[in-house]
Design a protein around this ligand. Structure first.
Ligand SMILES: [Zn+2]
Ligand SMILES: [Zn+2]
Length: 376
C-alpha cells in the first residue's frame, strides 16, 4: 500500500472521528474546487476527500488499518464522488452539517382545515348528529396520487441531476461563500414529471366536495372545536391527509340564554299574579314544566329548575335553569281600575315610599340579580 490517508489529512493514527472531521473541513475549505478551481488544488481536494471517505467511515477505516484499501474496488481516487459518498457528505463536513440536504419528497402531509358550523341551543345541550359539506382535496383517483399519467414515471431533473438544489459560489467581503438554493427546474424535488396526469395536472390530488356526518357532543359551546383526524386536505402527491377542525357556533335562542353550564330565562307575571301567586306552564328544552310563583313573589326572584341547564362536556352532568321573575306593573289604567287600586291602598294603609341605600336593601332586586349571576 502506498497511500497514507492519515498523513494526507495530517492526523495521527489514533485520531478521533471529530479530529478527522475537523482536519478535513479545514483542508476542504482551502481546496474545494468551487473556491480554488486550479487543477493542482482540485487534484489535492480529490485525494483529501478520498482519505476522509475512508477514515470517516468506521468500517472502511478498520479495513484500511488492517492493510486493505477500501477504495481500490471502485478505482481508487477517480471514483471519489461515486454513489455512497455524495455531495451531501462533503457539504456536511464542510458546514458541520446534519441539515436536511438533497431533494425533498413530493408527497407531503395535507393541510389542516377549519370550518365553522352553526347549531341551535338544543343541539348544543343534548348533542346531535349533523351533516356538513366541506370543500377539500382528495387523492386523485386516476393516478392514485402519483401525479404521473398512466405508464409514465418521474425522471431525474436535468438541471440539478436529482440533487434538488443548485450550488453557487458568491464573492463577499468575507471571501467566497457557497450557497445552495432549491432547483428552479424541479422546485427542489430532484425529479420532474414529463407526462403529468391529465386529471390532476401532476398534483396527485383534486378538489372535491364531500359530506361528512359529525357527532356533536352534548355540552359544546361557541368556540369549541371538534377534531376530525384525517378529514382535512389530502397532501400533494399521495401525502397523508391533514385534520379537519369544526368550530361550533351556537345560535342565540329566543328564550334561553346560556351562561356556562346554566341557562337563564325571564318569566314576566302581572302584578296581581305576583301578589296572589300563580302556576305558569313553561316550555323548557326538556319539555313542559310548571313554574309555581308563590303569593307575594318579588321582582328579581330566581326560581331554579335543577338539572335543566346545559350539559358539561365529557361529564354529561347538567347545570340548572334559572327562571328570573319579572313583575309587570299595569300602565294606562281605566277610571274603574284606578278607583279599585286606590281603595286597595286605603284598605292596606300602605306606607309612604322609603329610600334606602342599595347595600341596605339586602335581598332586594339588585343583590338577587347579582347573586343569580355570580353564585355557581
Ligand atoms: Zn392524477
Ligand atoms: Zn432540479
Amino acid at each position: 500500500m502506498t497511500t497514507d490517508y492519515y498523513a494526507m489529512l495530517g492526523v495521527p493514527r489514533d485520531a478521533s472521528a471529530d479530529e478527522i472531521k475537523k482536519a478535513y473541513r479545514r483542508l476542504a475549505r482551502e481546496l474545494h474546487p468551487d473556491v480554488n478551481p486550479d487543477p493542482e488544488h482540485q487534484e489535492r481536494f480529490k485525494i483529501v476527500t478520498s482519505a476522509y471517505e475512508v477514515l470517516s467511515d468506521p468500517e472502511k477505516r478498520q479495513m484500511y488499518d488492517m492493510g486493505g484499501d477500501p477504495l481500490s474496488a471502485n478505482g481508487g481516487f477517480g471514483g471519489f464522488n461515486a454513489a455512497g459518498f455524495g455531495f451531501g457528505d462533503i457539504m456536511d463536513a464542510f458546514f458541520g452539517g446534519g441539515a436536511n440536504r438533497g431533494p425533498r419528497t413530493r408527497a407531503r402531509r395535507g393541510q389542516d382545515a377549519l370550518i365553522r358550523m352553526q347549531i341551535d341551543l338544543p343541539a348544543a345541550v343534548f348533542g346531535a348528529t349533523k351533516d356538513i359539506t366541506v370543500e377539500t382535496a382528495e387523492r386523485c383517483g386516476t393516478c392514485s396520487g402519483a401525479g404521473t399519467s398512466s405508464g409514465s414515471e418521474p425522471v431525474t431533473c436535468a438541471m440539478c441531476k436529482g440533487r434538488g438544489e443548485i450550488q453557487q459560489v458568491q464573492r463577499s467581503f468575507l471571501g467566497q461563500v457557497m450557497t445552495a438554493r432549491p432547483c428552479p427546474q424541479c422546485q427542489g424535488f430532484g425529479t420532474t414529471i414529463p407526462h403529468p396526469c391529465h386529471e390532476c395536472s401532476g398534483a396527485g390530488r383534486v378538489r372535491t366536495r364531500r359530506t361528512l356526518t359529525i357527532q356533536v357532543p352534548a355540552g359544546v359551546d361557541t368556540g369549541n372545536r371538534i377534531q376530525l383526524q384525517g378529514e382535512g386536505e389530502v397532501g400533494p402527491n399521495g401525502g397523508p391527509a391533514g385534520d379537519l377542525y369544526v368550530e361550533v357556533v351556537v345560535a342565540d335562542h329566543p328564550v334561553f340564554h346560556r351562561e356556562g353550564d346554566d341557562l337563564h330565562c325571564t318569566l314576566t307575571v302581572a302584578m296581581t299574579s305576583a301578589a296572589l301567586g300563580t302556576s305558569v306552564p313553561l316550555q323548557t328544552l326538556d319539555g313542559e314544566s310548571v313554574i309555581d310563583v308563590r303569593p307575594g313573589a318579588q321582582p328579581g326572584e330566581v326560581l331554579l329548575l335543577r338539572g335543566q341547564g346545559a350539559a358539561r362536556l365529557r361529564s354529561g352532568a347538567r347545570g340548572d335553569l334559572h327562571v328570573h321573575l319579572n313583575v309587570e306593573v299595569p300602565t294606562r289604567l281605566s277610571e274603574q281600575e284606578a278607583d279599585l287600586l286606590r281603595q286597595f291602598a286605603a284598605i292596606r294603609g300602605e306606607a309612604a315610599p322609603r329610600v334606602t341605600s342599595q347595600a341596605a336593601a339586602s335581598g332586594g332586586l339588585f343583590s338577587r340579580l347579582k347573586d343569580a349571576f355570580t353564585q355557581r
